[in-house]
Structures are given as structure tokens and as C-alpha cells.
Design a protein around this ligand. Structure first.
Ligand SMILES: *Cc1c(COP(=O)(O)O)cnc(C)c1O
Length: 248
């Protein structure tokens, strides 16, 4: 990081600085509009598809929370950022295969996307062996209850995917800490309707698990609605880093 910055790096830094200022403004306005303190909402910069150099520029601009959705990409990026000495925390926000649990627990501080008892078990086993402190975990919940897509299923008695079952499994594991709930607004749903439903689910989870107070909701397109319904963490990619060429 001490090497002289190239012109291209200075341009990219200025671009990220602008986008960051705009995003922080949006968050501040949304918090204010819903009578919540600005610091009730944490920004996670989702750096997927962008290089470690961007993650480092963001860290230099004061962003401490970074997110990724694929282990193959996240593991080397996190290593590069750590090697450069940046002090950041990594949030794993994507669909996770159980055979990646061992890799993810080594760099992730929070995993947002746990939606089955079996995945919780795999993470607990890996965290117990490869970490010296508990892994913070959010249950990803399906807002529309579509079992074909990701997310635990509210009100379901399914042994593997039922929301209560997943939450209880996490809460019962010493190597994990149940931190809260995460969701993505379903396609075709109005964000307000989606996040209102999510707020009900979050209140239900908190009634059973008072320590599970985090609510990870809202992305570039819908963060205002998520904040109005209680999001404590917004996951912002394209509004900060630019449009991705792929759909993820
Ligand atoms: C990519 C991604 C985001 C960020 O999405 P943008 O629309 O680019 O802000 C947030 N959450 C998850 C789970 C993602 O995969």
C-alpha cells in the first residue's frame, strides 16, 4: 500500500470515494426518515467480482465491513487484503456448500447465509477446529417461502430447513453465535412488503433468541425500504463499485 499510486488508482479511489459518500448519504437519510440513529445501520461493501485492490481502496476510505458471495473468490481476496495489512471484517453472504465450510470459517467473521441444520452443523464443526472464537451466524430466511430457492422456511416443520430448527441448531453450538436474520427481497415483490414480512420474522426470532438482534437486509436498489423496516446491516455492491457484468 505504500507504493506510489498510479493515475488509474487515483481515479478509481476518487470514484469509490464519491460512490461511498452517496451511499452513506442514502443510509443517513433513510435512518433519519425512520427515526433511527445513523449508527444503527452498518454498511457492508460487497466486493464480489471486483479485485482486492478495490477492497483495499475502500478500506483506505474507512470501510471496515466487506462482503463476498463465493468462497473461490473470497478466500484469495481476503488473504491479499490481510497481507496488505488492512483491518477489515469479512461477511460471507452467498449460498454456501457444506464442503466449503472449512475454508470460509478461516477468513469470515460473519456468515449471513445459513439456511439448513446440516450447513449449521458443518460450520460448527469447522469453526470448532479452525477458529479460536465463535463464528457469528445469521439465518437466511426465505421471505416468500419458496423452498426451491435459498433460505430457511418460516413456520415449517421441515427438520433441515425449518427456521426454528436452524436457529435452535446454531444457538445450541458453542462454536457458533446466533446473531440474527438475513434475507433478500424476492423478485417481483415490492420491497416494502418484503421487508415488512421480514420484520415480523425478525421479531419472532428475537422473542425466542433475545441476542439475535442483527437484521441483514437491503442492497443497492432497496436499502431505504430495508432501513425503514429495521435493517441493521445493508449489503451494497453495485452502487459502490459499479455494475457487474454478470448477474451475480
Ligand atoms: C451481490 C449481493 C449483494 C449486493 O447487491 P447489489 O445489488 O450489487 O448491491 C447483496 N447481497 C447478496 C447476498 C449478494 O449476493
Amino acid at each position: 500500500m505504500s507504493a506510489p499510486a498510479s493515475a488509474a488508482q487515483r481515479d478509481r479511489r476518487a470514484q469509490l470515494q464519491d460512490a461511498l459518500a452517496r451511499t452513506r448519504d442514502r443510509i443517513a437519510h433513510a435512518a433519519e426518515a425512520s427515526g433511527r440513529p445513523r449508527d444503527a445501520v452498518t454498511l457492508i461493501a460487497v466486493t464480489k467480482t471486483y479485485p482486492a485492490s478495490d477492497a483495499l481502496l475502500l478500506a483506505g476510505l474507512g470501510v471496515r465491513e466487506l462482503g463476498e458471495n463465493r468462497d473461490q473468490e473470497a478466500a484469495p481476496k481476503a488473504a491479499e487484503v490481510a497481507a496488505a495489512g488492512a483491518d477489515v471484517r469479512w461477511h460471507f453472504v452467498g449460498q454456501l456448500q457444506r464442503n466449503k465450510a472449512r475454508s470460509v470459517v478461516e477468513y469470515a467473521d460473519l456468515v449471513h447465509s445459513v439456511d439448513s441444520v446440516r450447513l449449521a452443523g458443518a460450520l460448527a464443526g469447522a469453526a470448532a477446529r479452525h477458529r479460536d472464537r465463535p463464528l457469528e451466524v445469521l439465518v437466511q430466511v426465505s421471505i416468500d417461502g419458496d423452498a426451491e430457492r435459498g433460505g430457511a422456511l418460516a413456520g415449517s416443520a421441515d427438520d433441515d430447513r425449518g427456521l426454528e430448527r436452524v436457529a435452535d441448531e446454531i444457538a445450541g453450538r458453542d462454536a457458533l453465535r446466533l446473531a440474527g436474520l438475513m434475507a433478500v427481497a424476492p423478485l417481483g415483490w415490492e420491497p416494502e412488503r418484503a421487508f415488512a414480512r421480514l420484520a415480523e420474522l425478525a421479531a419472532g426470532l428475537r422473542a425466542d433468541h433475545p441476542g439475535a438482534g442483527l437484521l441483514s437486509a437491503g442492497m443497492s436498489g432497496d436499502l431505504e425500504a430495508a432501513i425503514a423496516y429495521g435493517a441493521t446491516h445493508v449489503r451494497v455492491g453495485s452502487a459502490l463499485l459499479g455494475m457487474r457484468s454478470t448477474l451475480r
